[in-house]
Design a protein around this ligand. Structure first.
Ligand SMILES: NC(=O)C1=CN([C@@H]2O[C@H](COP(=O)(O)OP(=O)(O)OC[C@H]3O[C@@H](n4cnc5c(N)ncnc54)[C@H](OP(=O)(O)O)[C@@H]3O)[C@@H](O)[C@H]2O)C=CC1
Ligand SMILES: O=C(O)CCCC(=O)O
Length: 486
């Protein structure tokens, strides 16, 4: 079925860019957007570059001045309308997302609710950007600390969460009084453009929120070198994140980077194994393994190793693969063939180094970019999948004997985004939570994302935090005012 036919409101299917409150890019070269479950082209969007990005940034600069001066209550009311519109159009936004990204429709709609939650949270948080008055060390002056919007922000977002990675950035930025230009991933621009349509309907002023689709290198270079931009915020690969950080150095921009991970999931012998298996399924196979907080390595204690492998494999084997629009599908396609090749390479390397495929381990008979959900037992540290993020539905299971060994293995990576462990001994829970070098720790929980908590990484997994009160701080400057002669 054509995507438009699935929508109640077909005007949400936008195929032009949204710059300075106008739909632009007619006649430009086009980028094809495909459904990864069928390889069918579902739409095309403009391939714009540096010149149009510059226009969007200039418009943002003009618009931000007024937007940043408005009372927070007014910004909050407009953001609240954006949230309400997202939820009112959840089914259509979910269908657009599933069509271009591939995740099962329930997950697609779930992402819309998650994405909207950032707009709701920051519409409320806008009103709580407090400065402070510091007790002065001398009688001749008062010390006042103000928080002000950082200014124009540029966001570059990935294909794995086409809506939520935009709202997690735009929500706090706009709430703080900043303006934002977004460059969405070329594989999933339709979700971003639908959000722009709803931003327009919500009354977000022209220029405060723009979306430019097109050439990543050109747009990224303009964003990171422009003197207009004060903050660059990025979610995506570590390689691109490092490049954007370097490019941002010449104008000393603030940067937030949310990059790759290599999440460990430790199962101790005192864990509730059935609960661990449930947590493992959510943590590993959500979005077909394509989230930066997906488990990359299962570390299981010797005594419960065989039981965990057996129970997890049985559940994984039973998962239905297919188009996200089919009923009962738990696993959609991977985003593209490059992702399939990476999963294949990791599995082949693991098998060559002694890994045992318990289930899956090959491309699916469904063709396209479907890869079977896979479990590999007897994994070891020499394997590629121990060092690199697979970003696919492959679960390697390593064996360990002691708590110290588990912590050392878990931390043996340059990454430090998410980590998980299952245990019931309260002393162990506290020790391990403290020892893991990661920005997020799930204890007896495999799904931990929420708009109210800080999300971000240690080590090479990134800089800064998104979510909760921490998220809005990333878009604020702190100004110290010394007031003498009073
Ligand atoms: N942390 C996370 O959530 C994510 C991690 N990844 C990891 O990265 C791997 C590769 O995925 P991939 O999609 O290539 O990730 P990228 O980092 O290449 O893409 C993320 C975003 O960055 C843009 N981009 C790419 N190159 C540049 C550049 N030179 N300057 C500015 N922007 C740029 C992309 O645009 P365009 O789409 O136009 O190329 C996209 O909008 C995955 O397999 C996974 O391991 C991927 C996505 C999300
Ligand atoms: O992979 C990502 O970067 C998106 C994180 C998804 C989440 O917030 O759970």
């Amino acid at each position: 079925m054509k995507l438009a036919a699935r929508l109640k409101d077909q005007s949400l299917l936008k195929t032009l860019c949204y710059i300075d409150g106008k739909w632009v890019g007619e006649g430009a070269a086009q980028i094809k957007v495909t459904d990864p479950a069928t390889d069918e082209v579902i739409a095309t969007v403009p391939s714009l570059g540096a010149a149009e990005t510059r226009e969007a940034l200039k418009a943002a600069e003009r618009a931000q001045k007024d937007w940043g001066r408005r009372p927070a209550k007014e910004r909050a009311a407009i953001l609240r309308r954006w949230f309400d519109l997202m939820m009112a159009n959840q089914d259509d936004l979910g269908a657009i997302l599933t069509a271009e990204q591939g995740k099962p429709l329930a997950e697609g709609k779930g992402e819309i609710a998650y994405a909207a939650s950032f707009i709701e949270f920051y519409s409320e948080e806008a009103k709580r950007v407090y400065g402070s008055i510091v007790p002065s060390p001398s009688t001749d002056r008062q010390i006042v600390v103000l928080k002000q919007p950082i200014g124009v922000c540029a966001a570059i977002t990935p294909w794995n969460f086409p809506s939520a990675m935009i709202t997690r950035k735009a929500g706090p930025a706009l709430a703080a009084g900043c303006a934002m230009v977004v460059k969405p991933a070329s594989q999933t621009p339709l979700s971003a453009l639908a959000l722009a349509e709803l931003a327009h309907r919500a009354g977000i002023p022209a220029g405060v929120f723009s979306v430019v689709t097109g050439k990543a290198g050109e747009i990224g270079t303009e964003m990171t070198t422009s003197e207009i931009v004060r903050k660059v915020t990025f979610t995506g690969s570590t390689e691109v994140g490092k490049r954007l950080m370097e490019q941002s150095a010449s104008t000393v921009k603030k940067v937030s980077l949310e990059l790759g991970g290599n999440a460990p999931f430790i199962v101790f012998d005192d864990a509730d194994i059935d609960a661990a298996v449930e947590g493992a399924l959510g943590s590993k196979y959500r979005n077909t393994g394509q989230t930066c907080i997906c488990t990359n390595r299962f570390l299981v204690q010797d005594k419960v190793y065989d039981a965990f492998v057996e129970k997890l494999s049985a559940k994984v084997k039973a998962m239905k693969q297919g188009s996200g629009f089919e009923d009962g599908v738990a696993q959609g396609p991977l985003i593209d063939m490059a992702a399939v090749e990476k999963a294949e390479e990791h599995v082949a390397d693991a098998v060559a180094k002694g890994g045992r495929v318990v289930t899956g381990g090959k491309r699916s008979a469904l063709g396209h970019s479907f890869y079977e959900p896979t479990v590999i037992a007897d994994a070891n540290s020499s394997m590629k999948l121990a060092q690199e993020e697979t970003f696919g539905p492959v679960a390697p299971i390593f064996r360990f004997h002691t708590e110290e060994e588990a912590i050392a293995l878990a931390n043996d990576t340059p990454f430090g985004l998410a980590s998980y462990f299952y245990a019931r001994d309260i002393g162990r829970v506290w020790r391990v939570a403290q020892a893991l070098e990661a920005g997020l720790v799930g204890v007896n929980a495999g799904l931990i994302s929420t708009e109210v908590a800080p999300f971000g990484g240690y080590k090479e997994s990134g800089i800064g935090r998104e979510g909760g009160p921490w998220g809005i701080e990333e878009f604020l400057e702190v100004k110290y005012v010394a007031m003498a002669g009073l």
